[in-house]
Design a protein around this ligand. Structure first.
Ligand code: SF4
Length: 302
């Protein structure tokens, strides 16, 4: 049944014909394609969500500074700042997305959803959604399955990897997974869920992958926060039945086309964009020198 995840239209038709909810068809896919039992799938989701929440909490409570010095406890500073620009919930959302991603940048434990570079987006959005709307864990797990179905289609029709499709493929896909999951968890229809995905892709389209010094730190960490915010704005728009006009499958096609036409310097090579700026280059040289300094001296080697 993997044909199902080649397009959103096919997914919708399959679910309508078989009287299945979106998440139930992903469960079926997991059973058929991976040979997992329902018990294994739900337990796997529980483990994944526990790691996601753990990453948020670790990032907000433990020392988070990277060897490069580019990550320095940013999430805690945002979380503890006395000024809430929009609301405390929004501040929490941003701080949590930063927190989980900082854990990844500091080599901690995260769930790659869909990639490590985008590992702050689903934890930040779902943790905050569950808290605000008092959702039970089961609903969040179902939302994760909906997100997985969304990622399967994007992977087939475009890409989930920054090295292939730019940052739109990583943080853009994670934001699309999150917005679909948010709308699902709040009782949205299939059309509203897919419209949220379409709007999210429209907002993230064209984002290049340009990590400074080749480290998944800058701009990756702040992009996790902005992608989390976009997933919420897209979900809010979609829930109100405001159409993104371009159907979701066409948005994914556009994402693939933009990714293919991107030059290699915008695909994780650290040769373009922010990585190529004067400061980006200086940081890159400094890190290279640090790495050479910690290499064992030939003469002192046993
Ligand atoms: S800039 Fe590149 S490495 Fe960083 S999150 Fe985006 S795709 Fe991943």
């Amino acid at each position: 049944m993997s044909f199902l995840f080649e397009s959103f239209e096919a997914w919708k038709v399959y679910c309508a014909e078989h009287n299945l909810k979106l998440f139930e068809s992903v469960l079926e896919y997991e059973r058929e394609q991976k040979g997992h039992t329902d018990k294994q799938i739900w337990e796997g989701l529980e483990r994944a969500y526990t790691v996601m929440k753990g990453a948020v909490e670790t990032g907000l409570s433990e020392e988070m500074s990277s060897r490069s010095g580019m990550i320095n406890n940013g999430a805690k500073k945002v979380f503890n700042h006395p000024v809430s620009i929009l609301s405390r919930d929004f501040q929490n959302l941003i701080a949590r997305a930063l927190a989980a991603k900082e854990v990844n940048s500091c080599m901690g434990r995260v769930v790659a959803a869909p990639t490590a570079g985008a590992s702050g987006i689903l934890p930040g959005t779902l943790y905050t959604l569950q808290e605000i709307h008092q959702l039970d864990d089961r609903k969040v797990f179902e939302g994760l399955l909906v997100g997985a179905g969304i990622a399967l289609i994007i992977e087939q029709r475009a890409s989930l990897a920054g090295a292939v499709g730019g940052c739109q493929a990583e943080t853009g896909s994670a934001a699309a997974m999150a917005s679909g999951a948010i709308v699902y968890c709040l009782g949205g229809t299939t059309d509203q869920i897919f419209n949220a995905v379409a709007i999210t892709i429209q907002c993230m389209l064209g984002l290049v992958c340009d990590p400074v010094a080749g480290l998944v730190e800058v701009p990756c960490v702040v992009r996790n926060a902005s992608a989390a915010a976009i997933s919420y704005s897209s979900a809010q728009i979609a829930l109100a039945n405001v159409s993104g006009i371009i159907p979701v499958d066409e948005c994914v096609e556009a994402m693939g086309e933009v990714g293919q036409s991107m030059e290699d310097r915008y695909k994780e090579t650290a040769l373009g964009g922010l990585a190529a700026t004067k400061t980006g280059q200086e940081i890159s040289k400094k890190i290279l020198i640090q790495d050479i300094e910690i290499l064992p001296d030939e003469e002192t080697k046993e």
